[in-house]
Structures are given as C-alpha cells and as structure tokens.
Ligand binder design. Structure first.
Ligand SMILES: Nc1ncnc2c1ncn2[C@@H]1O[C@H](COP(=O)(O)OP(=O)(O)O)[C@@H](O)[C@H]1O
Ligand SMILES: [Mg+2]
Length: 397
C-alpha cells in the first residue's frame, strides 16, 4: 500500500484553542502525526490526525484502545491526553515522545544496533506487549517504527521504549474474559516485513503473533537485514519468510535466539506466550555479556553525535496493511493479574547469574557498548510516577 504524501493540517493550526501544531513527524497509510505545543501549559505533545472523509477511518478505534490501555500498570505505553474532532479531521493528542526505533537504526552508520542496545530494546518490547496482552489486546502491527524512545529532554523517559500506534489493535478476549473464537479468514493484518507467517495465511492473530514480530525486529536490529527485506510483494514475502524462519535465521546470533523461536513455534492462536522465558533468554545474554543499565544506547554514543532530525517516516516497506473491524466493547481490567504474574527482570538477572557462556561469540560488527557518551549517562531510572511504581518488571532501560 502506498503512503499518501499529503498534509492534512498546515503548521500553526490551532486545535481546540489549545494545541498549536509545529511540524509533521510521521505519515502513515491512515493518517499523519504532528508535533505540537499545548499553549496553556507549554508542554510538547504529539497529535495524530485523520480526515473524516477518509474511507479507512481508524483513529476512533485507536482512541478507544489507547484510552483502555491507560489502565496499564506498566509505563511502556504512550500516554493519552485528549481526542476529538475539529473541522474536517479527527485528532488524538498524546504525550510527545522521541524518535522511533526504525529511524534510530537507519541513522546508525552500519544500520545495526549493538547487542546491548538490541537486547534492552527487545526486553522492553516484550514487556510492553505483555502489558497490553494482559489487558486483553493484541497490537497486530509490531515493528520498530511503532516503538519510540522517550523524548531526549526527559531524563526519566529517554531510556525507555514506548509502544505507540494502536490503529490495528484488537481485543482478543470477550467482555467475559474468554478468548474470542478465531475467524476462518481474518485477512492480512500488520506490516509485511514484520508480520507473522500466520498473518500471511490470513489467520486470526493472537499474542504469539506480536512476539514473532518482536523476534524479526530484534534480528533486524542485530543483522541490519532480514532475508525478505528487499521484497515488495506481500505474498512473496510470506513464502520467503516461511522458508527462512528456521534456526538458520538466527545464524551467528547467541543460541538463545533459537530457543526463543522454538518457543514461538509451539504456540497457537489461543496460547499464552511464556513472557518470562522470552525476556529471560534475552536477559541471559545481557548478563553473560556483562552489560549493565548504565551503558548508553548506541545513539547516545559520541560516534553518533551528528544531530538526527525528527523525520517524517515514509519508507514504503514499513507500511501497515489493511484495516479491520474492531471490537469496541469495554475492555476488562487485567492489570492486577499482570502485576501478580510478572517476574522482575532483576530477579531474572539474579537467577541467571550462573549461566554458561554461549558457544556463539558476537559477530565482528556488533560493537560492544562503548564508553564515550554524547550526553550524560543517566543512572538506571527507578520508576517515579505512580503508574511506574506498579510495574515490578520494568528495570532494563
Ligand atoms: N507520541 C509520539 N511522540 C513522538 N513521535 C510520535 C508519537 N506518535 C507517533 N510518533 C511518530 O510518528 C510516526 C507515525 O505514528 P504512528 O502512530 O505509528 O502512525 P501511523 O499509523 O501513521 O503509522 C511514528 O513512527 C513516530 O515516529
Ligand atoms: Mg505506525
């Protein structure tokens, strides 16, 4: 699907007498995202807009999902601020976060992230998905451009990755908490490069499918490519993906990635992934390699000190495919069960302190996290806001 190169609202537009638009920061198939300032508080915000005459209106569904997900005790989901309609467009106001992970990787000279950065991001990606799954939602468009780092001006948040873009999110549980029966033909959902094989077969997607996308994304972080990366045609991508999704895809990576893949291969639509196992596998590598939370992310290192502008994201291979009828019924509050079931990453780290070194060494292009930093290194952030306090497991940042 081609992205439309239009501008829905011009810079300087004032929304609801409160938000002054400054610049476009994202463009997707369904809408556009702008940076703006709340003129009553001077706070930076991000505003996603969609024309009301667009046949594929999805923003209202996104607003329902994002509002529901504010109940989440884990702080890895972008904060909702406001929503509504003005003139010819619907809008969603969110907290302003930083750059997305696709931009950050593409701006690396080698187009790869180090093992340390990739593992941290992977753990946070799983963590955020675990959170929304516990609330009964699946995301269905997990990919690097749908995770953004906290804004660099916010020392509490800039080392955390946040999940955004709930335009394709769907409730997989009914209001009574039952898993909804899978439809025979659910259509393709997601973005071809990162979608699970099940999505190519138009099967109903479950929790496992979000995690397949995490695996593909993390492999891409580390290797800089996926075997189907250059292909444009969705069905062709599906065929190559099916052929290539085997242990060989994890060649040259630590053996934990094969175990990760094997776990996903065992799961079907209704099955609950073992999040602790998956996070624990990545953490096992992290601990074995001697990484710690004070090591800067790759983009914080001096080598990457050239300013990276907030860019409009227009890559065509990163475009989500298809809209869907979304269930809009009230979601259930699974947050307490989430809190009860989450294992702390710190605990996992301790449990894994006696892990044996892997027989796999890191490939030459994986720069071990460097020592020089472009900006001050923030010590591991202890969650300070109320929501964060509830999240026992968010300790890797
Ligand atoms: N709250 C936010 N803060 C900062 N940047 C954002 C925010 N929301 C979205 N963006 C940027 O805009 C891009 C597009 O937003 P997204 O919600 O993914 O819309 P789309 O449906 O068009 O993919 C993201 O990849 C990200 O770079
Ligand atoms: Mg997006």
């Amino acid at each position: 699907m081609q992205k439309k190169q239009t501008t829905i609202i011009p810079p300087s537009t004032i929304i609801k007498n409160r938000y002054r638009v400054t610049q476009k920061i994202g463009q997707g198939s369904f809408g556009e995202t702008y940076a703006a300032v709340d003129i009553t508080t001077n706070e930076s915000v991000a505003i996603k807009v969609e024309r009301i005459d667009d046949k594929k209106m999805v923003l209202k569904q996104e607003v329902i999902a994002i509002k529901s997900l504010q109940l989440l005790a884990c702080p890895y989901v972008v904060h909702y601020i406001n929503s509504g309609r003005q003139d010819y467009f619907n809008f969603l106001v969110m907290e302003r976060l930083g750059e997305n992970l696709a931009e950050l990787r593409k701006n690396r000279p080698t187009q790869v992230f180090s093992m340390c950065t990739s593992l941290r991001l992977g753990i946070q990606m799983i963590e955020s998905l675990e959170g929304i799954h516990k609330l009964g939602y699946i995301h269905r468009d997990v990919k690097p451009s749908n995770f953004v780092m906290g804004h660099k001006s916010d020392p509490r948040k800039r080392r955390r990755a946040y999940l955004i873009d709930f335009g394709l999110a769907r409730k997989f549980r009914s209001d009574t908490g039952e898993i909804r029966p899978p439809r025979k033909n659910a259509g393709f959902r997601g973005t071809a490069r990162y979608a699970s094989i099940a999505s190519h077969y138009k099967r109903e997607l479950g929790r496992v499918d979000d995690l397949w996308s995490v695996l593909y994304a993390v492999i891409e972080f580390l290797k800089g490519h996926l075997p189907w990366m250059k292909m444009k045609e969705k069905d062709m991508i599906g065929q190559v993906k099916e052929r290539e999704t085997n242990p060989n895809l994890c060649k040259d990576l630590p053996s934990e990635f094969v175990v990760f893949m094997e776990h996903l291969q065992k799961l079907e639509y209704a099955d609950e992934p073992d999040y602790n196992l998956l996070k624990g596998l990545l953490l096992q590598i992290y601990v074995r390699e001697g990484y710690n939370d004070e090591i800067p992310y790759d983009w914080q290192q001096v080598a990457a000190a050239s300013p990276i502008p907030q860019q409009t994201h227009v890559s065509t291979d990163d475009v989500p495919n298809a809209t869907s009828q979304r269930n809009t019924s009230t979601m259930e509050n699974f947050s307490s069960s989430m809190r009860n079931s989450n294992a702390s990453m710190t605990q996992l780290g301790r449990n894994n302190s006696d892990v044996k070194p892997s027989r796999h060494s890191l490939p030459a292009n994986y720069n071990r996290a460097g020592t020089q930093v472009a900006e001050e290194v923030v010590p591991p952030v202890k969650p300070r806001d109320k929501k964060a306090k509830n999240c026992k497991s968010c300790t890797i940042m």
